[in-house]
Design a protein around this ligand. Structure first.
Ligand SMILES: Cc1ncc(COP(=O)(O)O)c(C=O)c1O
Length: 377
């Protein structure tokens, strides 16, 4: 085969020079402060056992979906799983996509129309931005969680255009959330359509529907995106909303239409994982670990380096790709898997160590990792 063109090789060399060269690493046996398996469901043996039962109840076994959902890929199992997910998240309908990336590509490319305007948080996930690249609508970011900036930008849109606002319930690279009360107050002054990506909140925060109701955001909320590759410990995603949203996406979301549907084994795993969420003990343990980590940050004075967070994601900002890589390596040598998030994934100067906390982390693991950090800062 032929090598990639020279300009692309040059781009790779530049990446290497800036210390931002990405490589693939196999899973380590280190203490997990990096996976998205917040509740430990990816490692729970009960899930494949239950999934096997679900598959046995679901008629003739197929290894694959055999086609797009609009052709041969749809099934009774799909309907069962979608109903369960809609009930769990207290919404009318649910439409499964093959991943959160595909869901955002589908939603953001299909919903906003030519004369519409999309305002999205500047830290929105790459999948939201990539979806927006495929729409004919105009789009612009607003400053992270800055609702005065959002309001300024809503006011600049023309009265005749439909305005979409997009945010995340828990930001993937910062671990913070919108101030829901402030967000609600601003949104309630305008006729907007809201899309919330709940990827890092799915299965972790169970109070979102209550928050949406209390802040009146519910009346603007047009689509919620939940994903199964993080706290659910499997793979795939769903878009939640009104029946008309589901019908619309089945007709116009190309990332759902023109792809082979998830195989039955994935659907069975997703259903088994949702059944596991009925037991709140993992969620409770994760919350205890989050509280313990935050208490230790303030006791040790490390909190001034960390972005305040009540979620499972906690980021310690230390500028410079090389410095952050060294710290991550030092933690690795002590047995901790804490990933360095480098620019250009985050803006230059905002490079960070990203601690993902889990139900399966012990208090001594949390304490020991922070002690190492204290000696270096
Ligand atoms: C906020 C957010 N949305 C969407 C996705 C994509 O989800 P998936 O991994 O299921 O493709 C991610 C994944 O990192 C994410 O962080």
């Amino acid at each position: 085969m032929k090598k990639i063109p020279k300009p692309l090789i040059k781009k790779l060399e530049k990446r290497q020079e800036s210390g931002a060269f990405r490589t693939l690493k196999t899973k380590s046996q280190l203490i997990d402060f990096s996976s998205n398996d917040y509740l430990g469901l990816a490692r729970l043996e009960a899930i494949p056992i239950r999934a096997e039962q679900i598959l046995n109840e679901s008629g003739p076994r197929l290894n694959g979906a055999t086609g797009s959902r609009l052709l041969t890929g749809h099934s009774v199992l799909f309907e069962r799983v979608e109903n369960q997910i809609a009930n769990f998240h207290l919404t009318e309908t649910c439409l499964i996509f093959n991943s959160g990336y595909d869901a955002n590509i589908g939603v953001f490319s299909a919903l906003p129309q030519r004369n519409d305007f999309v305002l999205y948080d500047e830290f929105a996930h790459a999948s939201i931005r990539d979806g927006l690249r495929l729409t004919l609508a105009k789009s612009q970011s607003y400053k992270h969680n800055d609702f005065e900036d959002l309001e300024k930008k809503i006011k600049r849109t023309t009265a005749s255009s439909t305005v979409w606002v997009a945010t995340e319930a828990v930001f993937s690279m910062d671990g913070d959330s919108p101030d829901w009360d402030k967000f609600g107050k601003i949104c309630n002054r305008y006729d907007i359509h809201l899309i919330i990506d709940e990827a890092h909140a799915t299965g972790v925060l169970d109070n979102l529907p209550k928050i949406y109701r209390q802040t009146n955001l519910e009346k603007h909320l047009t689509a919620r995106v939940v994903t199964f590759g993080k706290a659910l410990g499997c793979h795939g995603a769903a878009v939640l909303g009104k029946p008309s949203l589901k019908d619309y996406l089945i007709n116009f979301a190309r990332s759902m239409i023109y792809t082979t549907a998830l195989p039955p084994v994935s659907l069975a795993n997703i259903l088994a994982a949702y059944e596991c969420l009925q037991d709140v003990s993992n969620r409770k343990k994760l919350q205890e670990n989050i509280n313990f980590f935050n208490e230790n940050l303030s006791k040790s004075g490390l909190d001034k380096f960390f972005i305040p967070s009540q979620s499972a994601i906690h980021c310690c900002i230390i500028p410079g790709n090389n410095r952050i890589k060294k710290l991550s390596l030092l933690l690795e040598k002590s047995g901790f898997d804490v990933r360095a998030i480098l620019s250009p994934t985050v803006p230059e100067g905002k490079e960070r160590l990203r601690f993902c906390l889990h139900a399966h982390n012990t208090e001594s693991e949390l304490q020991n990792a922070l002690e190492i950090l204290t000696t270096q800062l």
